[in-house]
Structures are given as C-alpha cells and as structure tokens.
Design a protein around this ligand. Structure first.
Ligand SMILES: Nc1ncnc2c1ncn2[C@@H]1O[C@H](COP(=O)(O)OP(=O)(O)OP(=O)(O)O)[C@@H](O)[C@H]1O
Ligand SMILES: [Mg+2]
Length: 310
C-alpha cells in the first residue's frame, strides 16, 4: 500500500514553474529523502502534500485520500514540520503541546496520553516545565517534531529538519526519524546534506527546477545514470593486455598501471558497467580482480542535477 502518492502535480507562481509534473510515492515504513538545489521546488511540493497550497494540476493521495477533494481528512493523516516556524509563545513545553493537542481536537484522557506519549518519544520529559524561549535550537526542533506527532499521522513531511543543528542533535533527530519509520510511518524528508540523507533514507527523489530527475533507491537510480568511477582491475596475463583491452571498451579512459593491475576512469551507467565486466571476463585475460568504488548518493545527485555527461 502507498501512504503518500504524489500524482503529476504542477504549480506556477506567475511565469515561474515551481513544480512541474512531479510524481513519486512513499510507502509505510519508508524514509524518502527529497533533495535538490535551492529553489528546486521541494518546499512547494511539501506544502501541496500538506494541504497548505493547491496544485494547478495533479493530485496527492494521503492514505488514499485526495488533498484536493478531502483536505480536512487528508490533513488528519499528515504531520508537516515546516522549515521555519514563527516565534514561540512564552509557555512551558507541556502547555504548548497541550494547546496544539486541543487544536487537533483531542480531549480528556486521550489528549493527556498523546501529550505524554510524544514527550516520552522525543525525550523531552526532564524539560517539560522549561519556557520554550529558553530552549536551544535542537530542543526547539525536537519540540516541533513532538507537536507534529500529536495526532499520530501516518505520513510525516519534514522540511529541512536538520538545518542549523549541531552534530549531536542531528544524530538524535536521525534516530527519531528512523524510529518513526519503524512504527510504520511514511516519511518524506528534505535536506541539503547528502551524507545525512544517505544514512537515514531508504529511497530518494532528486528534483531540479521543478522536475523530478530520479526517484527510487540509490542503487536503482544509479543503474540508468551516468556516473564517474575509478576502478581497479588485475588480470593474470598482466597489465599491458588488460590496459589495451580496457581502453577499447566503451566509457573507459585515463588508464594507468598500479599494483600489477590497471586503474582507470569509467563514465557509464551501472548497467553499462555490468556489460563491461562481462566483456572483460570473456576476453580470456584471466581477470582476478575488478574493484569499482561504490557509487553513492553524492555521485548520483551530481550526475542527475548537472547530468550533462551523456
Ligand atoms: N509564494 C511564492 N510566490 C512566488 N514564488 C514562489 C513562492 N513560493 C516559492 N516560490 C518560488 O518557487 C521556486 C521553488 O521554491 P521552493 O521554496 O519550493 O524551493 P526549495 O526547493 O524548497 O528551495 P530551498 O532549498 O531554498 O528551500 C523558487 O524559485 C521560489 O522562489
Ligand atoms: Mg525549501
């Protein structure tokens, strides 16, 4: 089942196409990273998913419910953490959460339970009497996440939740997000910090100038995307023949001898690479080592957003 289904949404601001036929899906328990340069359309997409903005075209289904046709019902299933939020009132953590729990229509024991539950989940228990204005940025962020969880949404949409956090607060946030996915929530999280997304996310969607450039697992996207890799290979018949054979095959360049083998540059897709390895193995060179560096999110991102290699 799909928890968040973004169906070909578009949004213009005047002449600017901020979001252009964006489509992707997030399943329960999945953490999808949403990455793209400044102004790519991430926040606009997330605001449409959260019913805060209407698309010009397309629709978003939250747990099967249309944000256009039933925005109120969709909103009950969404927890949206915006990238910036207004000034906090001078209240304690408990009062603040209690206020929003009322706003979500929770009452009596259920409201008290939910407030206690989110405080425990975000480990804010020792601080509940503190004035919000005195909290550090990281704690404010955790409080904001707690607020987002009060109505137990199935889909979480987090816009740059780690921005401005120190390394420890980042790790803590990451663990919280993973725990939420473990509870079966579908999570869409935007960030500029690729290493952080790579550690946290199961899938990614790359967006640039309003258009999705790739969506899925990093490995799946890399299959069809040209990336640059450095590869070491060694054959029993020695480096000369190997080097010559390599340079005759597509996507290879810059070969040099090293450790009785050959180091070379490779600029093709992962599907191409599988073909290259098959051809090398069939060439009768006695291939005994073939070690490409791992393609990571950064390679894929760079290739997709400046992807003029092909
Ligand atoms: N309310 C608005 N009115 C006019 N233009 C807007 C509005 N909201 C967004 N835009 C424009 O739409 C484009 C996409 O903006 P958006 O905030 O979605 O990008 P983003 O990917 O979230 O960027 P960032 O990484 O900087 O947060 C930008 O060019 C932005 O200036
Ligand atoms: Mg943004």
């Amino acid at each position: 089942m799909t928890a968040l289904e973004v169906q070909c949404i578009s949004k213009r601001f005047g002449a600017l196409k901020a979001v252009d036929a964006v489509t992707f899906t997030v399943h329960p328990g999945e953490i999808m990273g949403f990455i793209g340069p400044n102004g790519a359309g991430k926040t606009t997409t997330m605001r449409i998913c959260s019913t805060l903005e209407l698309p010009d075209q397309g629709d978003v289904l939250v747990d099967g419910i249309s944000v256009i046709e039933e925005p109120r019902a969709a909103r009950r299933r969404i927890g949206f953490m915006p990238d910036s939020y207004g000034a906090y009132a001078n209240t304690s953590i408990t009062d603040y959460l209690d206020f929003f729990a009322r706003a979500y229509g929770l009452s009596g024991d259920l409201r008290r339970q939910q407030v206690a539950r989110v405080i425990e989940f975000t480990s804010l228990g020792d601080l509940v009497e503190k004035e919000i204005s005195s909290l550090s940025k990281g704690l404010k962020q955790r409080l904001c996440l707690a607020k987002t969880l009060l109505h137990d949404p199935a889909v979480m949409i987090l816009d740059e939740p780690a921005a401005g956090l120190d390394p420890r607060a980042r790790v803590e946030l990451r663990e919280l997000v993973k725990a939420l996915a473990g509870l079966g929530k579908a999570i869409l999280v935007s960030s500029h910090i690729l290493t952080e997304l790579a550690e946290m996310c199961t899938t990614v969607t790359v967006i640039e100038r309003g258009t999705v450039r790739g969506t899925g697992s990093v490995a799946a996207i890399a299959r069809g995307v040209t990336t640059k890799q450095i590869i070491f290979a060694r054959a029993l018949t020695g480096p000369e023949r190997l080097e010559r054979t390599l340079l005759e095959l597509p996507h290879t360049s810059e070969a040099r001898r090293e450790r009785e083998g050959v180091v070379f540059e490779y600029a093709g897709t992962q599907d191409d690479l599988a073909g290259l390895l098959a051809q090398l193995a069939a060439a009768g060179l006695g291939l005994v080592e073939f070690a490409p560096q791992q393609v990571d999110l950064e390679d894929v991102f760079l290739s997709l957003t400046e992807g003029k290699l092909q």
